[in-house]
Design a protein around this ligand. Structure first.
Ligand code: CO8
Length: 132
């Protein structure tokens, strides 16, 4: 899982022409990204497709562990869709580590609208591959 191949990650790869091209920053112990969904990302009219909402949450959580220099894969993902996630508004995606035991990290994440409304929440178990 080297960085050259990861340039094609659907969520974060800058070379993937149909990818989401997410960028990230750390604020304290929280990993942050933003995204504005377009019509190509919708399911029902005006509403982001739920599978892509879960992709945002999956990415923010798993990639936070990856960003620490570890080869991280999502072992389990749970999403609570609280409200429809609209297209055309800036989404703030955040993730943070809630616990770690051995090779397994547990994280939580959420997606919020500019007014602070949380549209989706996630929980993930992220496993470290190999001997890292
Ligand atoms: C560029 C950066 C991009 C980063 C973002 C990418 C995010 C992703 O989408 S990653 C892709 C999706 N995920 C995957 O493909 C992962 C596929 N699965 C795997 O590789 C493996 O199953 C893996 C690594 C998670 C676990 O395998 P392995 O280390 O052999 O552990 P395994 O023997 O199955 O389990 C050991 C113990 O860990 C725990 N465990 C493992 N998986 C889980 C799980 N899903 N839920 C709960 N517990 C688990 C259990 O305690 C388990 O013991 P038991 O089987 O007795 O219950």
């Amino acid at each position: 899982m080297d960085d050259i191949n990861n340039m094609w990650c659907f969520a974060c790869g800058p070379q993937n022409p149909i990818g989401l091209k997410l960028k990230f920053r750390e604020e304290g112990d929280t990993y942050i990204s933003t995204f504005i969904a377009g019509p190509e990302h919708q399911g029902y009219d005006g509403i982001m497709h739920g599978g892509l909402v879960s992709t945002l949450l999956d990415e923010i959580m798993a990639r936070y562990v990856y960003a620490k220099g570890l080869t991280a894969v999502t072992a389990k993902l749970e999403v609570r869709y609280r409200q429809p996630t609209p297209i055309g508004q800036e989404l703030r995606i955040s993730g943070w580590i809630t616990s770690q035991r051995g090779k397994m990290y547990e994280l939580a994440g959420k997606i919020a609208l500019p007014d602070g409304t949380v549209t989706a929440e996630g929980k993930a178990m992220v496993a470290i591959k190999g001997d890292e």
